[in-house]
Design a protein around this ligand. Structure first.
Ligand code: GUN
Length: 284
């Protein structure tokens, strides 16, 4: 029987400890950590994400600043709002919710965010620190950092294991592959152009999947006893599903994350974690 890796429980545990830490920081420094969330336009999915992030902040006592901008905002105006937030001593973390409306460059605005406040971990300085394994010196991207928390919590060894990352996005696949390399796993990275995907996945002791293709990974593509981390999230016929055929695969593996209730809740938890970390780094 596979262990179901419980992201809700792990999130709750981390958020409880953050709540205590926020309370102590507020007593010591006179204000709690604060997160500025910039949302451009009115993409309905982004609005839900932003609402959830702000709600999560308030639940652990982190202040949030909700900056809504019309989709007619120019790149220069957007950059200057980020600059203002960079310079505001009462702001510890900044995120610009992605995707941006057409015509705005996400790379340009992300590069504008001060690396010390980049709680998404998307700035090249933080990407570099992640690659080098300098986790204590920067802010690590939330979803990959959340995945690594599962390995820690459930004592899943990585050293010497064959890890396969399916998906090579800048937000998840590439940084998670680097974190697995830093943990001394032997890592293969597969993606949409990979020939014979199952050749790789069948070899994986640890299989991480972040493609957004619902049900891509079937039982015959995984190794008996593998650990499977499903980072996909899609809506199919009104139901939330991952990239892994959970019902089939769970019969064969030793541990697996469900969707929903696996990696999903950890992403916002790690955003809170990064906001507290940014506050502590800035306040020495
Ligand atoms: N859009 C989808 N995921 C994310 C994320 O992690 N951060 C930001 N800023 N935008 C997103």
């Amino acid at each position: 029987m596979a262990v179901i890796l419980d992201g809700k429980a792990l999130s709750k545990k981390i958020r409880n400890s953050l709540k205590n830490e926020v309370k102590e920081l507020k007593e010591k420094f006179g204000r709690p950590p604060s997160l500025a969330v910039v949302l451009v336009g009115n993409n309905p999915a982004s609005e839900i994400y932003v609402r959830n992030k702000i709600k999560a902040c308030s639940e652990v006592g982190i202040d949030s600043i909700d900056r809504r901008l019309p989709e007619t905002v120019t790149q220069e105006e957007l950059n200057s709002i980020v600059k203002e937030l960079n310079e505001d001593p009462n702001v510890d973390g900044i995120i610009v919710q992605l995707p941006l409306p057409n015509g705005l460059s996400c790379r340009e605005v992300v590069n504008y965010i001060s690396p010390e406040k980049d709680v998404d971990g998307f700035h090249p300085v933080n990407v570099g620190k992640c690659t080098l394994g300098l986790y204590d010196q920067g802010l690590m991207p939330c979803t990959p950092a959340g995945v690594m928390k599962f390995f820690e919590e459930y004592n899943i060894p990585l050293q010497g294991k064959n890890a396969v990352m399916v998906g090579h996005s800048n937000i998840v696949g590439k940084p998670l592959a680097n974190m697995l390399i830093n943990a001394n796993a032997t890592v293969s990275v597969c993606h949409v152009y990979t020939k014979d995907l199952s050749h790789y996945t069948r070899y994986a002791d640890v299989l991480c999947v972040a493609t957004g293709v619902p049900g891509l990974i079937k039982a015959d593509m995984v190794k008996e006893g593998a650990v499977v981390i499903d980072i996909g999230i899609s809506r199919v016929n009104g139901k939330i599903v991952g990239d892994v055929d959970f019902e089939g695969v769970k019969e064969k593996v030793s541990a697996i994350t469900p969707v929903p209730g696996g990696v999903g809740p950890m992403t916002i938890t790690m955003l809170l974690y990064n906001t507290v970390k940014a506050f502590k780094m800035r306040n020495g």
